[in-house]
Design a protein. Structure first.
Length: 76
């Protein structure tokens, strides 16, 4: 059984982990607070967009499956 990338990439926990790791590395390399804030903001923005896209895709798939079920019921 493979990795469910869709579920993993839409996990808020994963994005908090990634943001924390990036922040820690930026502090380690002694970037300024302003630079760290900008980089973390960009990572957060990408995480939000990815999560939104995957959530909407899941909703669309569920709607199509429901429509197919209703159509099949009326055909029989």
């Amino acid at each position: 059984m493979g990795i469910d990338w869709k579920r993993k990439l839409s996990s808020r926990k994963l994005w908090v982990l990634i943001t924390s790791l990036i922040t820690t590395l930026l502090i380690l390399f002694k970037l300024s607070e302003a630079e760290i804030a900008q980089i973390v903001a960009v990572v957060g923005a990408f995480a939000s967009v990815i999560t939104y896209i995957l959530a909407e895709a899941s909703i669309d798939v569920a709607a199509v499956k429901k429509e197919e079920t209703v159509t099949n019921i009326y055909r029989d």
